[in-house]
Ligand binder design. Structure first.
Ligand SMILES: Nc1ncnc2c1ncn2[C@@H]1O[C@H](COP(=O)(O)OP(=O)(O)O)[C@@H](O)[C@H]1O
Ligand SMILES: [Mg+2]
Length: 287
């Protein structure tokens, strides 16, 4: 199999020069071998950054996921965050996928621990760095699965392995959908988005989850529909800090909407989420 990485890094400051990286991987019977394409990099620091993302184990994980036909070609990067890089990939049918690769070396492990400790789904977790990152990716996969099963507006998770998560690509015409933060919605749209946000928080709560990093940066807008992303840190409602995280989510969103759209306070939004939750609960009981 040939894994082709055509890279158009958005941050040329970090990774200058290389536009296309052709990576040919050869798989021998007794394992995995690949030729590092060191010569592609003009300088040592570029090569080091590349290797940090695509270390041998990450390449293996990518290869395994590609073998399962979750994607075929990893194309280019769409985001370099503190915790992860997100790439666009395509499958054999040409469908777009988002591939999120968590960093295994330079992550804020203390922060991760705060969200994973107390989560009964990960109580036997070993406190080894790599394992923590793997659990983190799995946690995002699980949280997205909960959202998908409840028909919430979040990327559909397609597969995960070690520090790699493959999910539905949220975008239009091959372009990633913009973050809510980057859009300029009309007042009418904002009113509608307010309703969508209330509904999402309430429905997720009914699935026993709290997003825990909700803000206009972790919401994409596709066809006037909000898509809630970045769910690795989402916690169960039984998590010791669940209340704190819940209130922070509501505070962030209330602040976004009161700055831009429908006048709302923390109390106002909190009450609206509660009312929506009770309404949904009633509906459920009737079924
Ligand atoms: N499924 C997806 N489809 C399209 N773009 C995505 C998807 N997931 C993430 N992105 C893009 O990558 C960025 C970072 O992803 P996110 O999950 O928020 O990671 P983090 O904030 O931890 O770096 C998003 O703001 C968005 O632009
Ligand atoms: Mg994010």
């Amino acid at each position: 199999m040939v894994c082709y990485l055509a890279n158009r890094w958005k941050k040329p400051k970090k990774l200058s020069r290389f536009a296309i990286i052709l990576m040919q991987e050869e798989f021998s019977e007794d394992g995995f071998e690949f030729e590092k394409i060191g010569r592609t990099f003009k300088n040592e620091s570029d090569r080091k950054i590349f290797e940090k993302v695509f270390d041998t184990r990450t390449l293996k994980a990518l290869h395994t996921l590609a073998t399962k036909e979750l994607f075929d070609v990893v194309e280019h990067i769409i985001s370099t965050g503190k915790e992860a890089h997100v790439f666009v990939a395509t499958d054999k049918g040409g469908n777009k996928r988002a591939v999120k690769i968590y960093k295994t070396l330079t992550t804020d492990f203390k922060r991760m621990n705060e969200y994973i400790e107390g989560d009964e789904r990960f109580k036997n977790l070993k406190k080894e760095r790599r394992q923590l990152v793997f659990a983190w990716a799995k946690k995002e996969f699980k949280n997205l699965s909960v959202a998908a099963n409840a028909h919430l507006s979040a990327p559909l998770p397609l597969g995960s392995m070690e520090n790699v998560l493959v999910m539905e690509f949220i975008g239009e015409n091959n372009e990633a959908a913009p973050k809510l933060r980057e859009t300029k919605p009309t007042q009418k749209e904002l009113k509608n988005y307010y309703g969508q946000t209330i509904d999402f928080i309430a429905r997720l709560y009914l699935e026993n989850l709290i997003h825990a990093d909700l803000s206009e940066y972790n919401i994409l807008v596709r066809n006037k529909e909000l898509v809630f992303i970045d769910m690795a840190q989402a916690v169960l409602v039984t998590h010791p800090k669940a209340r704190e995280f819940f209130e922070r989510d509501v505070t962030n969103m209330a602040s976004y909407f009161s700055k831009n759209g429908p006048e709302t306070s923390f109390e106002g939004m909190y009450a609206a989420v509660k009312a929506r939750k009770e309404e949904l609960e009633k509906k459920r009981r009737r079924i």
